[in-house]
Write a protein that binds this ligand. Structure first.
Ligand SMILES: Cc1cc2nc3c(=O)[nH]c(=O)nc-3n(C[C@H](O)[C@H](O)[C@H](O)COP(=O)(O)O)c2cc1C
Ligand SMILES: CC(C)CC(=O)C(=O)O
Length: 345
């Protein structure tokens, strides 16, 4: 398969339609879901020429973790719905691509087992802070012990987005025998609680609880980006949750410039949402992202062909980034700058 679009088609033909809809769908009228991809298409790249470019350089170091390319695996739930090996397969694919996998708190393989399946993989852990601080601490300790190098706290989910496809399909529970393994607490599996009561005080408490760097995922407003700096956050992930939470939030790539300017280089800014081509990666990096993450494309790879499919998605993106960078007259991703991106229409 030669493009991420083909992986989605292959995944769709293999998946139970209700699972396909869960993975593919968004909230409300899916305005934001569509906008994420469409906004990349409205941006044009302006290449430089005759630059005597040297050897390609795609490596990035983020929060002390190394990635051989500026494309990370975004945290997505329920990988065993796509492949029996689930997150084990994803972690191995990420390790082969030498990139960072952000393990979802809602993974269907326990974080310890994800780590054990892919020794040497660079893992971060995505956390929904739970109202019970003792349980949040249990999750943090498990992520630390499993070797995760950062916590990615998702802050765009004070409640779950309204997902019409799931309602229509009656999809609200994992099938028999599949669980959110990180939510096990003795004999029971706890539900994930999304709470509107979370505040910056919870971020401060988390900072006191752990030495791991904390990234916030889902910051959209520049004022919140500035507050994040005041609260010692180590990175921001600009994201609208792939259009699955509040509908009609702007496309992720359209949110990026204001967040980058609010942060003023103090901490790295990452982005996810709608990245489907190497050229999308370049646009985000040129506009100031330190790296991007991909959610659905990895799931499509996983559903199409397990570890190999997820690996192929990542290697396709890598080769697209390499070619686009060379065609832009650049050797290193550090040479990308805002002047190379134009609004196309
Ligand atoms: C099926 C699915 C499950 C997701 N699960 C989580 C999750 O557990 N935690 C989280 O913070 N974000 C979750 N997300 C959001 C992703 O991390 C990411 O923001 C989004 O997928 C990026 O958009 P993209 O799919 O267009 O690349 C999920 C997204 C999808 C599609
Ligand atoms: C609610 C979770 C289990 C997963 C999630 O964040 C999502 O489906 O977007």
């Amino acid at each position: 398969m030669e493009s991420l679009g083909e992986f989605e088609a292959a995944a769709r033909s293999r998946l139970d339609p209700a699972y396909y809809d869960y993975f593919a769908g968004g909230a409300g009228d899916e305005v934001t879901l569509r906008a994420n991809e469409a906004a990349f298409d409205r941006l044009a790249l302006l290449p430089r020429v005759l630059r005597g470019a040297g050897k390609l350089q795609l490596d990035v170091t983020l929060l002390g973790s190394h990635a051989a390319m500026p494309v990370l695996v975004a945290p997505t739930a329920f990988h065993r719905l796509a492949d029996p090996e689930g997150e084990r397969a994803t972690a191995r694919a990420a390790r082969t691509a030498e990139t960072i996998m952000i393990v979802s708190m809602a993974s269907t393989v326990a974080v310890e087992d994800v780590a054990a399946a892919a020794p040497g993989a660079e893992l971060w852990f995505q956390l929904y802070i739970q109202p019970d601080p003792a349980f949040t601490e249990t999750l943090v300790r498990r992520a630390e012990a499993a070797g995760c190098k950062a916590l990615v706290v998702t802050v765009d989910s004070p409640t779950l987005g309204a997902r019409a496809r799931d309602r229509r399909n009656g999809f609200h529970d994992l099938p028999e025998g599949m669980y959110c393994e990180n939510l096990r607490d003795g004999a029971r599996v706890r539900p994930i609680v999304m709470s509107p009561e979370l505040s910056w005080a919870h971020i401060d408490q988390l900072r006191d609880m752990t030495a791991l760097p904390i990234a916030l995922k889902g910051v959209a407003h520049p004022a919140d980006a500035r507050l994040a700096l005041d609260h010692g956050v180590a990175a921001l992930l600009v994201s609208n949750h792939g259009g699955r939470q509040l509908d009609t939030v702007p496309a992720a790539i359209d949110l990026l410039p204001d967040i980058v300017s609010a942060v003023g280089g103090a901490i790295p800014v990452l982005l996810d949402g709608g990245v489907r081509r190497g050229t999308d990666v370049l646009k985000a990096l040129a506009l100031g992202a330190a790296a991007v993450a991909v959610g659905r494309p990895v799931i499509w790879g996983l559903a199409a062909d397990g570890e190999r499919g997820a690996g192929r998605v990542l290697s396709l993106l890598r080769s697209e980034v390499e070619r686009a960078l060379t065609l832009c007259g650049c050797a290193s991703i550090d040479e990308l700058e805002p002047g190379m991106v134009r609004r196309a229409c």
